[in-house]
Design a protein around this ligand. Sequence first.
Ligand SMILES: Nc1ncnc2c1ncn2[C@@H]1O[C@H](COP(=O)(O)OP(=O)(O)OP(=O)(O)O)[C@@H](O)[C@H]1O
Length: 877
Amino acid sequence: MAVNRRGEVLEVGEVRTISTDSGDRDVVTVRIRTDDGPVAISLRKKWTKTAEILEPGMELSVTALTEADDGFETTEDSAVVVEPDFLVDVTDIRSWVQCPRLYYLNKIGGLPLEYPVTKGTIVHEVFGDLLRGQALDAAVEKQVEKAGLELGLLGRDRNAVIDEVRQNAAAIDAWLSQGRLDEDGWRSEVTLLSDTYGIKGRCDAIRRGNPVELKTGKNTSRSPRFQDKIQAASYALLLEEQGVSVDTGTLLYTKNAALEEETGDLSPAKDFSIGDGLTKFVLRTRNEIAAMEHDRSVPTGYEGDATCQYCFEQDTCLVVSGRLDQPSKAGSVGDPLPEAERTYFQGQYDAIETERRAIHQEYAKLWKQSAQARADADRALIGLEPAGRTQLPDGRWELRAERPAGAVSKIREGDRVLASDGDPIDGHTELAVVESLGREIVLRADEPLSVRRLDVYPSEFSVDRMLTALHDALLRGPTRRRDLLFERDTPTFSGPTRELIDNNPAQNRAINTALRAEDFALIHGPPGTGKTYTIARLIRALVDRGDRVLLSAFTNRAVDNALSALVDQGFEDAIRMGTESGVRSDMAHLRLDTAGDPNERAEALESAPVVAATTASCGSRVMRSQSFDVVVVDEASQLTEPDTLAAINRGAKFVLVGDHKQLPPVVQSGADLSTSLFQRLIETYPEAAVMLDRQYRMSQRIQAFASREFYDGQLRPATGSVASQTITDLGLDPTRTDVYDGVTLVPVEGTNADHTDTAEAERVAEIATAYLAAGAEPDDLGVIAPFRAQVSTIEPLVPDGVTVDTVDRFQGSSTEILLVSFVASGSLDGPLFEDERRMNVALTRAKKALVLVGDPAALESRDQYARMVDWADRAAE
Ligand SMILES: Nc1ncnc2c1ncn2[C@@H]1O[C@H](COP(=O)(O)OP(=O)(O)OP(=O)(O)O)[C@@H](O)[C@H]1O
C-alpha cells in the first residue's frame, strides 16, 4: 500500500546505481525525521535530481511510497516536494525555466510602467469579458477605457490602442466562436492552490477541465514556447490535485492573427499534450526554487542553460550583479555599492522573505486548521447561508450570503477574500471583493458560487512591494539620499523662519524645520498633539511655494484622515489615488478615477499639486512613474523601513511624522522589520526632529503619567480647557459614586485563566453600564483588554455601541471615557506588559476619564506599573 511521509531532512546520501529488471537506475537515500521517528527514503530515477539540491534542515514530503528493505522508496506515482509550505507561484516557475536569475530580477524589480505590460493586462481583461459572453467591440472599448490613466502616462492614443487590442482580441474571438462557450465548460481567472505540491497560481482560463493560457506575443512556430508549456503544465498539476484529469494544455498567442506576410503557423491556439514527464519536470523545477529560497541564496544564472546574449534583461542583470556584487552568468558592470548598503540590502531582503514565509504559513492554515479554528482566530467567517446571486452587466457576479448572528472576523469592506462553498482548498473557491458586510454580505466575483465561507486572503502583494521599494532605494536612489540613509552625512537646513501657526510654538517650529529641510525632517507627535493638523498646514505651505507634494501613510484610513484635515483647512486641490472601496466616502470626490480618456486622466494626475496614496500604492507602476518635491508620511513610526522607502523613493525631500513611543510596525515575522525608519532616523539625527509638546486630547490628570514616563515630562495640555475637562462636560451627574472622573484604579482580585478574567470582565461591564445610566452615550466609551479572549468575554456584557478591543486596534483613536481591563495576575505576562509602548497607547486614549481595572498587588510587582498605580491613587485623591 502506498504511503506518504513528511519531515525534516537529516542526511542526504550519495547517488548509487542499482540494477533492476528494466536496467540500471540511479538512487539516492535520504533520511528524514517524521513524527514517528527517522525514516530512510530512496529517491529513484529523476528524483535523484531533487536529492542533489536537498540539505539537512529542509522539509521534505514524498507521496505514494512503497516499503523497501531499509525504509521506503518512490514509485512511478510519487511526488517529491521540497519545503512544501513554501508556495511557489506559477509565473515564477515560468521565469525560472527561462533563467533562474530572471526569476530573481523580476522579484526584486517589480513590473515597470511599460506599454506591453499595460496592453497585456487589457487583452487579458478582454479575454475574460469574451468568456463571460460580452461582445468584442464593447469589451475592447471598455477595457481600454479602464486603462485610461496608464495609457495616458505612456503617451498612447486611445483609438490606436483600441485598434491594436481589437486585432489581438479578434484572434481570440474567432477561436472562441469555433466552440460553444456554454458547452465547453469555461471558467475564467481561476485561483488554484496545491497544498501537496506547494504551488499556487491564477490560470487565465479552463476549458473542459484543461488549462488555457493567453500570451499577448506572437509565436509562429508550430509548438508553444517551452516556458509557456511549463506554465500551462503547472496549472495542470494544480488541477489534477483537485481530481481533474488533464491531458491537454492550450496556449493562445493573440498576436499571431495580426501578423501578415509571415511564414510559419499563424493560428493563435496551440495545443500540446501534458504527460506525467512534464508535470514531474514542473515539480522538480518548483523544488529548485524552494530549495534556493530555503537559505535565501541568490541565483546566478548558471543553474539554467539560457543564453545571456539573447536576453532582454541582460543590461538590468549586469547592473544588479555589479551593484550588489553578485556572481552572475551574464557578468557585471559598475562598482559595487558600499559594503554597508549591501549588508543592509541583504538584511532587509532576508527579513522581507521571512515575512513572506509568515504569509505562506497563513495559507497553510487554510488546510491545517479546522474551519472553526479559523473562525476563532478571526480569519474566517463560516456557516454562511447563500442568499442569492445576480449576474452584473459586465458578466461578473454579485454573490450574497447571510452571516450567523455574532460572527466576526478581520475581514473588512473592500478586502479581497477567498470565497468558497465551505472548503477553500478542495472545494470551489473564488477570489472575491467584499462590497458590503452587514448581516447580509455582498461580494463581487468572476464566477457564480454558493458562498458558505469567507477566508482572509493571505496576499504577498505587500512583501512584493517592499522588495521593489528596497530595490528602487538602493539601485536607483540618488547618492545624497543614500549618504543620509546610511548615516554617512548629516541633513542640512536653510532658508528663513516664518510664523505659520501662532498659538503653538512647537508646531510652528516643526513646520519651519520641514520647510527649511534640504533633505528631510522628522516631526515627533505624541498622542493628540495635532500631527494631522500640522501636516495639513505644512502641505499648504509647501504648495504655496510651488512644491508638488505626495501625502502617504500605511492604511487607507490614515491617508483619508490626513487628507480630510487638509480639506478641513479649506484646501481641496488634491488627488486621492485608491480603489473605490478603499477610499472613505467623504474623500471620494477627490479620488482619481483611473478610467477615461488617456490624456485627460494623465493630466489630472500630473497637474495635481498634492497626491495622496497608501505606501503600497506608492509602489504601483503608475506611482513609480511620478516624482514629487516633497513626500510627507503620516504614522511613519508604524511603517517598516521598506514601506517608508516605497513612499520616499518618489520624492526629492521627505518629512516623516510619527511617534516611536507608540506601537511599531506590525510584522508577522517579528524580525528586523519592526524598527521603523522614523525611529532609526530620529535616534541618529535628533537635530532633524521637532517634538510637538502640546496635546489637545487629555485632561491634565490623565496626561501626567504618560508625559513623565514616555516624553521626559515635556507633554502638556495645549489649553486650559483641555487641561480641566471633566465628565460633567458630557452632562454626567457628578454626584454619582459609581462613575469616575480623571484617573481611577478600581481594584479587583486578579485571575488569569486562558487570558481571561471573568470577574474583572463583569466589573468592567458594571462600570460601563453605570456610565451610560449616568448619561454617557455608548460612543463616549471604550474598553481596552490585553487579550482577544478577554475582549470576547467583555463584549457581550457591555451595552451595545461600546467599543471593546485590544490596544493595537485602539492606536490612533481616542475616546471620552476609557476602561482598561489588565487581566493582571502573578507573572504579568501578555502583550500589554511586554512592551511599554503598548502601555503608552492604552493610557493615552482617554480624554476625560480613565478607569484602570486590575489587581493592584499583581500590577505593583513591576516598577513601571507600580508607578502607574501610585499615579492613579494620587490622581484619585
Ligand atoms: N494649533 C492648533 N490650534 C488649534 N487646534 C489644534 C491645533 N493643533 C491641533 N488642534 C486640534 O487638536 C485636535 C487633535 O489634532 P489632530 O487630530 O491633528 O491630532 P493628532 O496628533 O493627529 O492625533 P493622534 O494622536 O490621534 O494621531 C484636533 O481637533 C485639531 O483640530
